[in-house]
Design a protein around this ligand. Sequence first.
Ligand SMILES: *Cc1c(COP(=O)(O)O)cnc(C)c1O
Length: 380
Amino acid sequence: MRKKYILQNKLLHDIVKTNKHFINKIVRHDIINLLPYQSARLLHNTQCRQILLNANESPKNHVFHLKVNTFNRYPEPQPQKLKFYYMKYININININNILITRGADEGIELIMRTFCIPYHDAIMFCPPTYGMYQINAQILGVKYYTVKCLCNFQLNLKKIIHKINNYNIKIIYICNPNNPTGNLINKNDIIKLLKFVNNNIIIVLDEAYIEFCHTYTLLKLITQYNNVIVLRTLSKAFGLAGLRCGFIIAYHSIIHTLKKVIAPYPIPQPVSDIAVQALHSSYISIVFDNIKNIIANREWLIRKLKYLNIVKHIYPSVTNYILVEFINVQHVFNYLLKHNIIVRQQNQITQLKNCLRITIGTYHECKQIIVVLQQLLIQ
Ligand SMILES: *Cc1c(COP(=O)(O)O)cnc(C)c1O
């Protein structure tokens, strides 16, 4: 019996081995060596007692109920009602042909690249430290990428950006505004200078995933003045619907028309548009904006308290629902928080962010808990 088991096991082992070999022979080389996005949920599998401050989610949950609950038919490819509600919410003078609904802003990032970049020929550009998915999507699609590091105040290095544009085949520039993980806004004048310089030859993507936390600074209006600007939005952050997977692309109508040719036929599941429509009712929007006020108050409270701790070296100013904090002995701080069930996001592996952690602003209780735990660490 035991012998048979060992034999079976060996066979299985051989099959696995040859299969792995076989996969490496047929898969694209870019994928063999790809380090996938280290998403917060992948790194730290949620346990119920944990305080999750690593994915910039909303700490508040709200119970939604489906209005429609039969699913035998395909959904509307681009639910009209949802587009109307989102247009009403953003309140600028555009029409339904300027919006595309996507499976989160992440799908938008990839869709734009797939539509405009020829693999192994065209390139994108972005300015680290910034959101990781621009690079990973480029790697997956075989699109080249060039980077121009932000200045030390995390603003664009326009001189170097323009130098790269002049020398390489750059089709798209991704600008995360406000920037993740640094928490700052990018100077509007720099973005406009860049737009004037690229003169419709390059697409500028403005990723406004966190714009609700500083909504007066949105650059959405630029899409009525420049045909090559694309704005990305999401319901994952301030709207508290990360689990829903719903995002929006807002741009000049012929850009939207072109992206529609590439997007999957039914990208928005019926339950998603059903709930997204409810989330865009004025009653829920006012809840969202109350939550935002609360998060901002908690952020300022947390910053004030952190300043008193001598393990904190620097707190970067933030207009978002997260803060970037430089610590003395960051690894120890990270592990100590983890041991006390507070999960934050490491940034230490990023060259410009040595010794930094990104902390999502949670409820007042969660912010207080951070301070309590860090004070314990100090007196240890
Ligand atoms: C979270 C995030 C996204 C992705 O949002 P989803 O809509 O959940 O896909 C995109 N850009 C930035 C900068 C983000 O932080």
